[in-house]
Design a protein around this ligand. Structure first.
Ligand SMILES: Cc1cc2nc3c(=O)[nH]c(=O)nc-3n(C[C@H](O)[C@H](O)[C@H](O)COP(=O)(O)O)c2cc1C
Length: 447
């Protein structure tokens, strides 16, 4: 089979650009309006996207006065969107640091049942500095500790999802036997962080378990992804670095005995699309004019775990010495590395750096025609930098509409993207097998 691109729609506010909510092309609908999300999901499905994705931070943050925030909780939202769509995958972010595995296993199993096998879980350890304070802790949990917890968390939830065999329910009114107790097992997990008896209190879900997505790209994050992830979201601004990331992740997965093609690498791409390059650039200038560097400065501080950048002038070229060492950052470590690579390479002023980060928080941004966007996608795909993209429209719904109407057909004509869905589950769209249950041994174990 020829290799095909995968496209995921990352829904974020009124668009990924920090100032999108102020632009006349952006929706005026409330971020709590489920109809808004349903329209976006249906549009992505019309464009044959593999999936839609909702991120999640467990804190409001300090910038809510000037940035459109306050969207709906992802799992609840995607359960509603399951009813508004038929085929598209539904990926929700949920934290391993601030949830209990039993709760989360139930929620994702339910989402997978509700959607008929379309659930994906973006496994995050939660980088936002304020999150811990909403969960009875004085500060954020440390980077390594978060990942260590995540390992055990995954072991527990996987055990729970595997605690029912597919044929455990008999539903036989004549014999009076509803379920076969030999096909449902406790997991009796007793580890460093969790003690969970199990089994889960609902049957194995259509996909066996949700698709595992991971989005941390630090050294620890990559090891975690290589071990567990089936799709990886990542911020990459430079093709050579993206190729190196892609090769490293696939090599690490292969070294762990996994098939490298079963871990899809999907960098973010935020494209301002115009009929001409000049139109796209004009739009970019309009968004820049609506951005406030002081809002950007505060957000930069958050990324670096609360580091104080207030003394930095806006208009002198930056150097890496103006920033803390990424290895000491307990927050979004890999994103700080992306930001520092830009600083080292281009020596931008703080104003220019903040303008760039306003576009998509450190993801790849571009402004161009549909042909230029398609050319970049094809180039990265064929160069071994990506298996597809996490499409991050800078303004919603306008830039999604243009992507679906104008970029997707070019990708299809070039034989890079599907013309129809081949299956009904997220695993089918991503070309991933249904995992066998690890817990229920015996006759039906190899499902
Ligand atoms: C596309 C994308 C989406 C992300 N979404 C979230 C999110 O919703 N919540 C979150 O806490 N972290 C999110 N992250 C951040 C990472 O998952 C990770 O928690 C953080 O960067 C720390 O891991 P690292 O140091 O290994 O990069 C996202 C990252 C990417 C690339």
């Amino acid at each position: 089979m020829t290799r095909e691109l995968h496209l995921n729609l990352f829904i974020h506010g009124r668009g990924h650009h920090e100032a999108a909510w102020r632009h006349p092309l952006a929706t005026r609908r409330a971020l709590t309006d489920i109809g808004y999300y349903a329209e976006l999901a249906r549009q992505a499905e019309a464009g044959l996207f593999d999936s839609i994705f909702l991120a999640d931070q467990l804190t409001l943050g300090d910038d809510a006065a000037h940035v459109a925030k306050g969207g709906l909780e992802p799992i609840t939202t995607l359960a509603a969107l399951a009813g508004a769509t038929r085929r598209i995958g539904l990926i929700a972010t949920a934290s391993t640091t601030y949830t209990e595995p039993f709760n989360l296993a139930r929620q994702f199993a339910s989402l997978d049942h509700i959607s008929g096998g379309r659930a994906g879980w973006n496994i995050v350890t939660s980088w936002a500095p304020g999150a811990g304070r909403n969960f009875g802790q004085d500060g954020p949990a440390g980077h390594e500790e978060r990942y260590e917890r995540a390992e055990e968390f995954l072991e527990v939830v996987t055990g729970l999802w595997d605690s029912w065999a597919d044929d455990a329910i008999l539903d036989d009114p004549r014999s009076g036997r509803f379920a076969d107790p030999r096909r449902i097992r406790a997991i009796n997990h007793a580890g460093e962080h969790y003690r969970v008896e199990g089994p889960l209190n609902l049957p194995r879900c259509p996909q066996g378990r949700p698709v595992f997505v991971q989005a941390g790209s630090s050294a620890t994050g990559r090891r975690f992804a290589a071990r567990h992830a089936e799709a990886v979201f990542t911020a990459q601004v430079e093709k050579e670095a993206a190729i190196a990331f892609y090769a490293d992740l696939k090599a690490q997965a292969a070294a762990m005995g996994r098939a490298p093609e079963r871990i899809l690498v999907l960098p973010g791409l935020s494209a301002l699309i115009g009929a001409t390059e000049a139109e796209a650039r004009r739009l970019s200038d309009e968004l820049d004019a609506l951005s406030d560097p002081e809002v950007g400065r505060a957000r930069l501080s958050g990324r670096f775990g609360g580091h104080d950048f207030s003394h930095l002038p806006l208009d002198r070229p930056l150097s890496v010495e103006d920033f803390p060492d990424p290895e000491t950052v307990q927050a979004a470590r890999s994103r700080t590395q992306v930001i520092l690579s830009v600083v080292a390479r281009e020596r931008p002023t703080l104003r220019a750096l903040l303008r760039r980060l306003a576009g998509a928080r450190g993801h790849l941004t571009m402004a161009g025609t549909p042909e230029q966007v398609a050319a970049l996608i094809e180039d990265w795909f064929r160069s071994g930098a990506a298996d597809g993209f996490n499409v991050m429209p800078p303004v919603l719904p306008a830039m999604l509409d243009r992507f679906v109407a104008e970029v997707v057909p070019i990708l299809q004509r070039r034989g890079l993207f599907r013309r129809e869905y081949a299956g009904d589950t997220l695993r089918a769209h991503y070309g991933l097998p249904r995992p066998p249950s690890r817990h229920v041994a015996g006759r039906h174990a190899a499902e």
